[in-house]
Design a protein around this ligand. Structure first.
Ligand code: SF4
Ligand code: SF4
Length: 394
C-alpha cells in the first residue's frame, strides 16, 4: 500500500474503503462478509474507512467489525453529519452522539458536512452554531479533523473551500468528470491550500468499468493490459493533489485488485500516450452527447444565474447514462441550490454565446435541455424538496 499525508502529517492509505456498498442479506448488511472484506483491506494496509449517517446500517456494521477485530485505534474513520436534516444545534449533538454510539467509539477521525451542493447550506449550518460546535468537539478530541463532501458546481465549491480552515474535503472526480462539479479546478485549489482531497465515484458508479464498446477497445489496444477500472484508478493516483481514492468494495477479488493497483500506481507515472488514450476514451463516451459543451465555463457567469455548463452536462448525461441519472443530477446541482440556476431563467441576452469557443447556440439548447430535464413529476419533486431544504428553522 502507498500512503499520502493528511494536514497533520498522518499517513493515509491512497485507497480508502467506501462503506456505502456493503453486500446485503435478509434486509440488513451481511456483516460477516463485510468483515472479511474489511479485514482483507486492513491487512493490505488500508487505513481509511468512509461511512455516513444516512448509509443504511453502514456505521453500525463498521463499528461492530472494528470492535470485533480490535482495530479501532489502528484505522481512521470518516463519517458525516446529515446537514440537510439539521435545524438546530441540539440536532447536531443528537446526530453526532448517535453516530458515536453506532460506531462504538469515542471519537471520529474525519467528520464531514455531508453532501453540500451550495454555499447556502454551509451558511445555514453556521447560523445554527456549527463553528462553535466544531471548535468544542475538536478541543475535547471527539472530532479530530473536519471536512465536507461536495456535489455542487465549481464556484460554490471554491467559496466553501475558502470560507473555513478545512482539514479535508471529498469530491466526485474521475477522468470523465474532470471538469464537472468541483472538478480539476477545485482539486487543485484545495491542494494549493494544503487541504487533502478524498475522491468519491472514481469509476462513476461503475460506468467507467462498463464502457461502450469503442471506448473499451481503445484501452485494450493500448497494450497495457490494465482493466478498465485500473485505468480509472491509475489516472487518479497519477495526480499528487489526490490524497485518498474511495472504493465501495464488496468482494474479496475487488479488494485484492484495488489494493494491488494502490500499491503500484505512483503520482506522475502516466505518460503522455496514456493520458491521451484516456482523453480519447472520454471523447468516445461523449460521442453520444446532445450538446458539445466541454465545460470550459468561458460563458460564465450568466447575469441571470443560469448554470450553463451544469445544465448541458446533465442533459448529456441523459443520453450517456440514463434519463433518470441526468434528471437527478440536474435537480441536485442546479435545482437544489439556494438560488436555483435553471435554464428557464435565461432571458436571451446572448452574452454567453459571444464567449463560447464551441460556438454553441446556447439559448436554444438551454430551452431544449430544461424541457427534457424537468418533466412535471421532477418539477413537483424539486419544488417540494426546495420547500423542505430552505424552510425557516429555529
Ligand atoms: S443568453 Fe441566457 S444564459 Fe446566456 S448569458 Fe444571457 S441570460 Fe444567461
Ligand atoms: S463556453 Fe460553451 S463549451 Fe464552454 S462551458 Fe460554456 S457552453 Fe460549454
Amino acid at each position: 500500500m502507498q500512503y499520502r499525508k493528511d494536514r497533520s502529517g498522518a499517513a493515509l492509505s491512497v485507497l480508502g474503503f467506501g462503506c456505502m456498498r456493503f453486500s446485503r442479506k435478509g434486509g440488513g448488511i451481511d456483516v460477516d462478509k463485510a468483515e472479511r472484506e474489511i479485514m482483507a483491506a486492513y491487512e493490505a494496509g488500508v487505513n481509511y474507512y468512509d461511512t455516513a449517517y444516512v448509509y443504511p446500517g453502514s456505521e453500525a456494521a463498521l463499528g461492530e467489525i472494528l470492535e470485533r477485530n480490535q482495530i479501532r485505534d489502528k484505522v481512521r474513520i470518516a463519517t458525516k453529519l446529515p446537514q440537510y436534516l439539521i435545524g438546530s444545534r441540539a440536532a447536531i449533538d443528537r446526530y453526532f452522539r448517535e453516530e458515536l454510539s453506532r460506531l462504538r467509539t469515542d471519537h471520529v477521525d474525519y467528520y464531514l458536512m455531508h453532501h453540500l451542493t451550495d454555499v447556502a447550506m454551509w451558511e445555514k449550518l453556521k447560523k445554527v452554531g456549527i463553528l462553535d460546535w466544531i471548535a468544542e468537539k475538536k478541543q475535547s478530541g471527539a472530532i479530530r479533523n473536519v471536512g465536507f463532501s461536495y456535489h455542487g458546481n465549481t464556484e460554490n465549491f471554491l467559496t466553501i473551500l475558502n470560507d473555513y480552515d478545512w482539514d479535508l474535503c471529498q469530491i466526485q472526480y474521475n477522468y470523465y468528470d474532470e471538469v464537472s462539479q468541483a472538478g480539476v479546478e477545485g482539486l487543485r485549489a484545495a491542494a494549493a491550500k494544503g487541504v487533502p482531497v478524498v475522491i468519491m465515484e472514481p469509476l462513476r458508479g461503475g460506468k467507467l468499468v462498463n464502457l461502450p464498446q469503442g471506448a473499451a477497445q481503445l484501452l485494450r489496444e493500448s497494450g497495457r493490459g490494465w482493466s478498465n477500472a485500473e485505468w480509472a484508478f491509475r489516472w487518479l493516483y497519477n495526480q499528487p493533489e489526490v490524497t485518498v481514492v474511495l472504493s465501495g468494495m464488496n468482494s474479496l477479488d475487488m479488494v485484492r485488485e484495488n489494493c494491488r493497483v494502490a500499491s503500484e500506481a505512483e503520482a506522475g507515472a502516466l505518460g503522455e500516450g496514456e493520458l491521451q488514450t484516456l482523453a480519447a476514451v472520454s471523447a468516445r463516451i461523449r460521442e453520444k452527447e446532445k450538446v458539445g459543451c466541454t465545460g470550459c465555463r468561458y460563458c460564465m457567469p450568466c447575469p441571470k444565474g443560469v448554470d450553463i455548463p451544469g445544465a448541458f452536462r446533465c442533459y448529456n448525461e441523459m443520453f450517456i447514462e440514463s434519463k433518470r441519472q441526468g434528471r437527478i443530477q440536474y435537480a441536485q446541482t442546479v435545482g437544489l441550490t439556494k438560488e436555483p440556476a435553471f435554464a428557464t431563467q435565461c432571458i436571451g441576452c446572448g452574452k454567453c454565446e459571444q464567449h463560447c469557443p464551441q460556438n454553441l447556440p446556447i439559448r436554444e439548447k438551454l430551452k431544449e435541455a430544461d424541457k427534457a430535464l424537468r418533466p412535471l413529476p421532477y418539477k413537483l419533486g424539486i419544488h417540494a424538496a426546495r420547500r423542505f431544504m430552505f424552510r425557516k428553522t429555529s
